[in-house]
Design a protein around this ligand. Structure first.
Ligand code: KIV
Ligand code: ZN
Length: 520
């Protein structure tokens, strides 16, 4: 890379993001997110951890074959088996990359029980092996920010000599601070022989809420690759959010003179999609992509906005893909209008899918006066549950003061309709009991959350349900103008995802079941 003002964007939503508890995505969802990342101009997509499971391997291989622009990268621990499997998955990409890592801090060295010299030797062998397979190799010293300075310099030099082309410096536990982050990269580049021949990357976790600031500081220190995820998805408090770094560089180019190749107008769409498929709703006040990021509630703000939008906005909603007017259609709108509106929102549906969405759009328009972009997006997304073992067919709930809530429900389970009636403490409890009576999944309800997609009492409610079973977490989401129906669909969706997760986490098959111990 010769343009020193260009910063590469490395998206790890499908690897580090998907590792976050409950954020399991189906195979089709991963392919879809990868296509969106590729289309928006992300430079490198970390598509998964190929050794972790057959599912991860298949996703990385297919994404590698499908990507048109981005480099496709897979993760591997520091052993030949992982690296070979990773290469097998990424090799078909136009531009493949192997990413291999090992924990270098004292705490992490203790896990595989390697001393400093043994670990140095392991790094030399594994990076050399990766480089013999692929000419684009990224190496990461996990927990770099808690690794002794001299040892960090030593292992970075070994990795460079062994052929690594990108050196990623992870702040694995979100421990660093901006001033230190900039300094660390700057000193590494100044100190380590050969540092000027590779690209330095920054990979920050958000445990202290400083991930984005730390990543941008690392760029000021000389890093030219930022690792990030959509919506900041990731383990614990998450990772640096792609939308934040990209927009910060765009809006504050005066003091941060670096640019990316990302088309920012695609941000809102992918953010919403990742929120849906991961089951992690975006908090309302989240920078850039939160529902309130461009909303102005107070009188003073609204008045200022009407006179000049720049009084309270440092970027235009259109810059991140938010259309200024989101009111779209009503019950008289036809199929062609729906098709064109969906296209504008980034959905190109096959004829049969469009027909399904159209039927449900008409049903919604009958119940709701105004149908907004957000409602349409929710409708399309709901339509995508194709391989589900459980499908909600009907639900009738009676409840009120002084009566026990009762739910009558029919669910299609593996192709056969099953009907029950169940009672509970309120309509949602009765509904969930009915689902359990049909399919006794044994999982524990960890979270039940309701939010409105749009305003008004006829708004669609989005419900998120998180289930936990023996360490596996699955989150389901759904939207409907009827909160109880949305709850039932979200619950069924969570069970379907749990079933996918059960398959994925058969012994030795789960990405979270792969221990970093085997890295040594
Ligand atoms: O946070 C981290 O250290 C990682 C590595 C695997 C790069 O995700
Ligand atoms: Zn990470």
């Amino acid at each position: 890379m010769t343009d020193n003002s260009r910063v590469l964007i490395f998206d790890t939503t499908l690897r580090d993001g998907e590792q976050s508890p409950g954020a399991t995505m189906t195979h089709e969802e991963k392919l879809e997110i990868a296509a969106m990342l590729d289309d928006m101009g992300v430079d490198i997509i970390e598509a998964g951890f190929p050794i972790a499971s057959e599912g991860d391997f298949r996703a990385v291989s297919e994404i590698a074959k499908m990507a048109q622009r981005a480099t496709i990268c897979g993760l591997s621990r520091a052993n030949f088996k992982d690296i070979d499997r990773c290469w097998e998955a990424v090799q078909h990409a136009r531009s493949p990359r192997i990413h291999t890592f090992i924990g270098t801090s004292p705490l992490h060295r203790a896990i595989p029980n390697l001393d400093m010299d043994q670990m140095a030797e392991r790094i030399h062998e594994t990076v050399t092996h990766a480089r013999n397979l692929c000419d684009n190799v990224q190496w990461s010293p996990m927990d770099a920010t808690r690794t002794e300075w001299d040892y960090l310099c030593r292992v970075v030099e070994i990795a460079i000599k062994a052929g690594a082309t990108t050196i990623n410096i992870p702040d694995t536990v979100g421990y660093t601070a901006p001033v230190e982050s900039a300094d660390l990269i700057r000193r590494l580049i100044e100190t380590v022989p050969g540092a000027d021949e590779v690209i330095f990357a920054t990979h920050c976790h958000n445990d202290l809420g400083m991930a984005t600031a730390n990543s941008l500081a690392a760029v000021a220190g000389g890093a030219r690759q930022i690792e990030c995820t959509i919506n900041g998805l990731g383990e614990r408090a998450g990772n640096t959010a792609l939308e934040e770094v990209v927009m910060a560089l765009k809006v504050r180019g005066d003091i941060m003179p670096w640019h990316t190749g990302v088309d920012t107008r695609k941000i809102m769409n992918i953010s919403r999609r990742v929120a849906t498929v991961s089951g992690f709703p975006v908090q309302f006040n989240k920078a850039i992509v939160g529902k309130n990021a461009f909303a102005h509630e107070s009188g003073i703000h609204q008045d200022g906005m009407l006179k000049n939008a720049e009084t309270f906005e440092i970027m235009r909603p259109e810059d991140v893909g938010l259309t200024a007017t989101s009111l779209v259609m009503g019950k008289h709108s036809g199929r062609a209008a729906l098709r064109s509106k969906l296209k504008e929102l980034g959905f190109e549906l096959a004829e049969n899918q469009l027909n399904d969405v159209f039927v449900r759009f008409k049903e919604l328009a009958d119940r709701k006066k105004e149908v907004y972009d957000e409602d349409l997006v929710a409708l399309v997304r709901q339509n995508e549950a194709v391989e589900d073992r459980l499908k909600l067919k009907s639900l009738r709930v009676s409840c009120g003061m002084g009566v026990k809530a009762e739910a009558e429900m029919t669910i299609e389970l593996d192709g056969t309709d099953q009907s029950v009636s169940a009672t509970g403490d309120g309509p949602v409890d009765a509904t969930f009991n009915a689902v359990k009576a049909i399919f006794d999944h044994g999982a524990r309800l960890q979270l039940y959350q309701v939010s409105a997609v749009t305003e008004g009492t006829d708004a669609q409610a989005t419900v998120s349900v998180r289930l936990e079973e023996a360490g596996r977490i699955a989150t389901g989401q759904s939207a409907d103008t009827d909160t109880v129906v949305a709850s039932a669909k979200a619950y069924v969706n969570a069970i379907n995802r749990l079933l996918v997760r059960r398959e994925k986490s058969a012994p030795g098959a789960d990405v979270k079941g792969v221990s970093y111990k085997d890295a040594g």
